[in-house]
Design a protein around this ligand. Structure first.
Ligand code: CA
Length: 225
């Protein structure tokens, strides 16, 4: 089993190399993003342990680039501290799992073994509900093949609703995932953005995909409305 570790903290990188080698893995280490991406492209690995914040190219970009190139090697993303990177966002990059530093080596090893067991799995890069489609990597949205221009925030909101299509999601959940955990503005901002989405995704097409569920939140129809 061959593992690539991309980590710029030298002590952590050396510790991971020693630990993994002692556990029988062949280990390559890259101390910056540029080398990391190069190695990931040149060689075939069973898994990649990828730090998020790296000199050169960051872990998010590396992950995104590999997935765009249809490299499906399982990736565990390391994040520096809680809240630096939202769990959903970390997974949206195409990473398979993530660990917040500091983590225990035993936990990393267990997760790594689980990922390697599962193997490289191709995952759909486009989210859809009926004829409504969103490509998170390309940041493109379309309805029935017609491209729809969304702002960054509208895009994030639609992406979140699509990931939970068919479910009722509360305003609070939307604020936590699409805005920030520490958002302290007017929660009615969600209504404003839902209205923007309806005006762009539904009204011009005579559809109703986003329903308001009184007192509970919003639901994006699983069939796209
Ligand atoms: Ca780092």
């Amino acid at each position: 089993m061959r593992v690539l570790v991309v980590e710029d903290e030298k002590r952590l990188a050396a510790g991971l190399r020693n630990g993994l080698e002692a556990d029988g893995f062949a280990v390559d280490v890259a101390l910056d993003g540029t080398d990391g991406l190069w190695l990931a492209r040149e060689n075939t690995y069973d898994a990649i342990v990828l730090d998020l914040m790296l000199p050169g190219i960051n872990g998010y970009r590396i992950c995104q680039t590999l997935r765009q190139e249809r490299v499906w090697t399982p990736i565990i993303m390391l994040t520096a501290k809680d809240g630096e990177w939202d769990e959903v966002e970390a997974l949206d990059t195409g990473a398979d799992d993530f660990l917040t530093k500091p983590f225990s080596y035993a936990v990393l090893l267990a997760r790594l073994r689980a990922l390697i067991r599962r193997g490289a799995q191709e995952r759909p890069s486009v989210l859809s509900a009926g004829d409504l489609a969103l490509d998170p990597a390309a940041k493109q949205v379309s309805r029935g093949g017609v491209p729809i221009g969304l702002t960054a925030r509208e895009h994030s909101l639609l992406e979140y609703l699509l990931r939970r299509r068919g479910e009722v999601v509360s305003k609070r959940e939307i604020l936590d995932h699409v805005w920030n955990y520490d958002f302290e503005g007017d929660p009615n901002i969600v209504e404003v953005y839902v209205r923007h989405l309806r005006n762009k995704l539904d009204r011009p097409f005579g559809r109703e995909s986003i329903t308001t569920v009184r007192g509970a939140g919003y639901r994006l129809a699983a069939d796209g409305g």
